[in-house]
Design a protein around this ligand. Structure first.
Ligand SMILES: C[S@@+](CC[C@H](N)C(=O)[O-])C[C@H]1O[C@@H](n2cnc3c(N)ncnc32)[C@H](O)[C@@H]1O
Length: 222
């Protein structure tokens, strides 16, 4: 069941690509300003892996802070938009995150509006993968939506919502809004140390490091 929904979720974002920025962010200039502020505060230095990069609004900001960014998404249509925006220190890969094998490790793994689309039963697998992509002192940085935003969705079953495109087509996707305390606890049981703060009413800003690892924030931009 969830595998079907995961495939439908990719189909949804493929079809939504052209309308994504307007429907997700509204005022794109204001979104860019907010994104730039948040990314600068997170200081994603060194080599960055961005998961589910979408149309690349976060990629642009990451690329200003990092040495280089490898941005991954399963939807060719969103990647095409992101490619147009990206500076020269960004490369892209079209891939399903759950089957991805970058073949190298990163100082930072970043994802915005992705964790809430990970099914409960694949949560531990996802964090194992992320751990395998990080250097020893590497950090995970993420943005997502606070659980207070839950009422805006139309839930069809536990963790699955129905979304509608501008042309009326509907899709089922996974959506688990973030409860900061519950997330910290769940990650703790998987061996991660996690901090979650709030930015506005809607977004959460998260960091995670493997428990016992010393976060390496000293990687200096080349
Ligand atoms: C909510 S959008 C987030 C886009 C961007 N990070 C942002 O915050 O604006 C979710 C993204 O996840 C991508 N996606 C969905 N399922 C995926 C999968 N299994 N593997 C890789 N990308 C996936 C979609 O194509 C979409 O671009």
């Amino acid at each position: 069941m969830t595998d079907n929904v995961l495939a439908e979720q990719v189909g949804y974002y493929r079809s939504r690509a052209a309308e994504y920025d307007a429907t997700a962010y509204g005022d794109v200039d204001a979104a860019r300003t907010r994104i730039a502020r948040l990314v600068a505060a997170m200081a994603p230095r060194g080599r960055v892996l961005e998961l589910a990069c979408g149309t690349g609004l976060w990629t642009e900001a990451l690329a200003r802070e990092a040495d280089s960014v490898l941005a991954v998404d399963a939807a060719p249509e969103t990647l095409a938009i992101a490619r147009e925006r990206a500076p020269s220190n960004v490369t892209f890969a079209g891939a399903d995150i759950f089957g991805y094998a970058p073949g190298e490790r990163f100082d930072v793994v970043f994802f915005s509006a992705w964790l809430s689309h990970v099914p409960d039963e694949r949560f531990a697998e996802f964090w194992r993968l992320v751990g395998s992509w990080l250097t020893g002192g590497g950090r995970v940085l993420f943005i997502d939506e606070h659980t207070d935003e839950r009422p805006k969705e139309a839930y069809v079953s536990d963790g699955i919502v129905e979304r509608r495109l501008n042309d009326g087509r509907t899709y089922r996707i996974v959506k688990h809004f973030i409860d900061p305390a519950a997330l910290r606890e769940r990650l703790h049981t998987l061996g991660w140390t996690c901090t979650v703060t709030r930015d506005g009413d809607d977004w959460i800003v998260g960091t995670a490091t493997r428990a016992g690892a010393t976060p390496d924030v000293s990687v200096i931009r080349g």
